[in-house]
Design a protein around this ligand. Structure first.
Ligand SMILES: [Zn+2]
Length: 175
């Protein structure tokens, strides 16, 4: 674990009463689940999950979940799913690194030097924003399907130009 994350956890408020814990996990293609830990705040749980997903091009993952558990409650009533994301092939870079949250109409490629994204517009409700950071591409679409095909179009252009995000943008530092 890197130092930044360690510091964040050490400075998290201590839990004084029994309360809630935040549990991120991912599922591998063969169905095996990997727990990423149990955390006292949602913020830390998200950071741990997001950091893990950045390496998802090295693994075969199908989904991620962030679940909150009320401590000392027996059974499923103690559990609330905060987020479930599914991993698909990225429409731009084609790697299996495109994390989609279908409830919130958001998606993001965690592949290195790609980071294609989709998000429901906060300004125009019902519209979908999309972008591809390496060329500062930004666009608005009417539906999730349109947004995906706009991103696919970028992928097709890249392919036609004989480049992939991997080879074309290796000079961009990782963080
Ligand atoms: Zn991508």
């Amino acid at each position: 674990m890197d130092e930044g994350l360690k510091g964040l956890i050490l400075t998290a408020p201590f839990m004084t009463a029994t309360s809630r814990v935040f549990v991120p996990s991912v599922t591998e293609e063969d169905g095996g689940a990997i727990g990423l830990g149990v955390f006292s705040t949602e913020e830390i749980a998200w950071k741990v999950l997001r950091r893990f997903l950045r390496k998802s091009h090295l693994m075969s993952l199908t989904r991620s979940d962030l679940v909150v558990w009320d401590v000392d409650i027996v059974g499923e009533e103690g559990m609330t799913v905060l987020s479930s994301m599914h991993c698909r092939d990225c429409p731009v870079c084609k790697r299996r690194t495109f994390w989609m949250d279908l409830d919130s109409f958001s998606a993001m490629c965690t592949g290195q030097a790609c980071e294609a994204w989709i998000e429901e517009s906060t300004i125009d409700p019902g519209k979908i924003d999309l972008g591809w950071p390496p060329t500062r591409f930004l666009k608005q679409a009417d539906s999730l399907e349109d947004a995906l095909s706009d991103l696919k179009e970028i992928g097709t252009q890249l392919e036609a130009a004989g480049s992939t995000p991997n080879s074309a943008f290796t000079s961009i530092p990782e963080e």
